[in-house]
Design a binder for this molecule. Structure first.
Ligand SMILES: *[C@@H]1O[C@H](CO)[C@@H](O)[C@H](O)[C@H]1NC(C)=O
Length: 338
């Protein structure tokens, strides 16, 4: 379950059972009467900006019925998040879903949900429910957005974000707070970060590959969890999640201070890249450059895909950071986004 707010357990077993069977009949003991048991056990994967369809198919068309699509997870403020309800003829949309969702209706038995212009927060668990008189049954399906997770620290230093500040910090970097599953996926691809950060379910975690005294001691490699923390009184870093972007990031050589870097981007019809945009170009477009460059938040970073000796002894791929140098006197290149 991609956006699942499930209790944090680091065993890969739980994750795997979730991952291989994310699309299932929610009424385990009941044979489905009206809905097709999906033959394909896979969640739907898409990228930001794409259109996608969450399949749901009737076996037969009952004489009177209702179709209800809802988003089950993550749940916001405990209210049921209904996408739409249809009686087979008319469709009633809820909230802001009208601009994004529709019933596909490709054939008489098709009650699949079509979603357009996917955004980061559209990922999660969806439910297709058939209501026929007093009978009801449902299947669920997971939508995951392909993306990249990155740790984010305040310019004021380590552990400065409340939960809400972490959420806003990610938004400013063209990202959302990551889910546990998204962090786990990034860990399997090599993310290690020895500082604890907020996830969108309000828990605090950090991913470790090589346990050492300062980082998780002799526990096995995995996601360390502090569990749910106090959202206003406690302060940590953030784990942000972003996906593909419409534009791309390019480098402008220095030496430039921060203001000159911003101007250099502007002259090229671009603006200083946000951290999420740099990660996205690194991950999805193969951007690599052994030169520190200013970003919009005042940090200086550089993206590496294949570590090389002559690039400062960097030993692992990733977007590396020089932190937040003094804006007026430090000289670097610029990473621009257009
Ligand atoms: C997604 O659907 C919308 C509306 O139907 C359409 O305008 C747009 O071109 C589609 N986008 C892609 C990437 O197919």
């Amino acid at each position: 379950m991609n956006c699942a707010a499930f209790i944090v357990v680091t065993t890969s077993l739980l994750f795997l059972t979730d991952a291989v069977n994310p699309y299932h009949n929610t009424d385990k003991d009941k044979e489905l009467q009206y809905l097709m048991e999906p033959p394909v056990y896979a969640g739907i994967k898409a990228r930001r900006g794409e259109n996608t369809t969450l399949p749901c198919v009737l076996r037969t068309v009952p004489s009177h019925y209702k179709v209800k699509w809802s988003k089950v997870e993550p749940l916001h403020t405990g209210v049921e998040n209904i996408v739409l309800i249809s009686n087979g003829h008319e469709v009633k949309y809820y909230g802001t879903w009208q601009s994004k969702a529709s019933l596909r209706r490709m054939h008489a038995l098709d009650i699949s949900l079509r979603l357009i212009k996917l955004e980061l927060q559209d990922c999660g668990l969806y439910q297709c429910e058939l209501i026929n008189g007093i009978d009801e049954e449902s299947v669920t399906i997971t939508l995951s957005i392909e993306g990249v997770v990155f740790p984010y620290q305040s310019s004021h230093g380590r552990y400065k974000f409340s939960y809400l500040e972490a959420k806003n910090a990610c938004a400013k970097q063209d990202a959302t707070l990551a889910t546990y599953t998204q962090l786990y996926m990034e860990w399997t691809e090599g993310l290690e970060w020895c500082n604890a950060g907020w996830l969108n379910d309000g828990t605090v975690n950090y991913p470790i590959l090589n346990p050492r005294p300062a980082c998780g001691k002799d526990l096995p490699p995995g996601i360390r969890s502090y569990g749910p923390r106090h959202k206003t009184k406690e302060h940590y870093d953030a784990f942000c999640f972003t996906s593909t972007t419409e534009g791309s990031v390019f480098y402008v050589p220095g030496p430039l201070n921060f203001l000159e870097a911003a101007r250099a981007c502007k002259e090229k019809g671009a603006s200083l890249a946000r951290v999420g945009q740099l990660y996205s170009s690194w991950k999805f477009l193969g951007l690599e450059r052994c030169d520190g460059g200013w970003l919009d938040d005042g940090s200086v970073r550089f993206p590496i895909i294949i570590p090389k000796e002559r690039c400062g002894g960097i030993t692992h791929p990733g977007v590396h950071s020089f932190g937040f140098p003094k804006k007026s006197i430090s000289l670097y290149g610029a990473y621009c986004y257009r």
